[in-house]
Design a protein around this ligand. Structure first.
Ligand code: 5RP
Length: 234
């Protein structure tokens, strides 16, 4: 299987969890795009569901493909969110935001009863952090916020390069919410919870890409097939 076929296979496995009448969170990225495409085929065949997109890109795609869209303000919570990830660890903690949509993705996941993460094998890690951690920051005072991020990281024993995400044209990338992204190369985040709470205390940080305790299951597609890992009950 190619990487793209693995992403499609993971998306197809998640689709089996979708039931008529569900309110769905629709993720962002190449794997989540497969889920939206496969879901749209089912919708065209008569499946009645509604979706909340986690980015403008997913919104455009879902609308084009005929999936009925709502907002989080229209309903009291979602049944299921299906989204990709940049990394997942054995606790099912994640790094997300490679597709610049982490803020909406986290709001949608947090308002969902379940979050299924769909990935290929390349996203599995023992320790989060090889993928640079995306941190969404307010544009006002962004340089001061970067200094505060470095201090917060140091307080939990981490250091590494911090740089603004750039667009193809070389400008600072502006997120769907009008903020900038800082990518933090911490390499090995041994205590993601401690880092998450240190980052959350910085006024200029809107959100960060550590998704802790949000994923209910991860569906991983590998060359030998599909594996589903469920969060153990607490
Ligand atoms: C977007 C994300 C994506 O889910 C993540 O980047 C994975 O993307 P892909 O499925 O293309 O590898 O967090 O903000």
């Amino acid at each position: 299987m190619s990487a793209d076929e693995m992403k499609k296979a993971a998306a197809a496995a998640a689709l089996e969890e979708v039931r008529p009448g569900m309110r769905l969170g629709l993720g962002t990225g190449s794997t989540a795009t497969w889920f939206v495409r496969l879901l749209a085929e089912r919708v065209a065949a008569g499946l009645d569901v509604v979706g909340v997109p986690t980015s403008k890109a997913t919104e455009v795609l879902a609308r084009e493909l005929g999936i009925r869209l709502i907002t989080l303000d229209d309903v009291a919570g979602l049944d299921l969110t299906v989204d990709g990830a940049d990394e997942f660890d054995p606790n099912l903690d994640l790094i997300k935001g490679g597709g610049a949509a982490l803020l909406r993705e986290k709001i949608v996941a947090a308002d969902s009863r379940r979050m299924i993460v769909i990935t290929d094998e390349s996203k599995r890690v023992e320790t989060l952090g090889a993928f640079p951690l995306p941190i969404e920051v307010v544009t006002f005072g962004a340089t001061a916020t970067i200094r505060a991020i470095a201090d917060a990281a140091r307080s939990v024993g981490l250091s590494g390069a911090l740089g603004f995400r750039r667009s193809a044209e070389g400008d600072k990338l502006v997120t769907d919410q009008g903020n900038w992204l800082v990518d933090a190369s911490f390499r090995q985040i041994s205590d993601p919870k401690a880092l998450a709470s240190a980052l959350s205390r910085i006024p200029g940080v809107v959100e960060h890409g550590l998704f802790i305790g949000l994923a209910s299951s991860v569906i991983v597609a590998g060359r030998t097939g599909i594996q589903r890992i469920d969060r153990s009950p607490t």
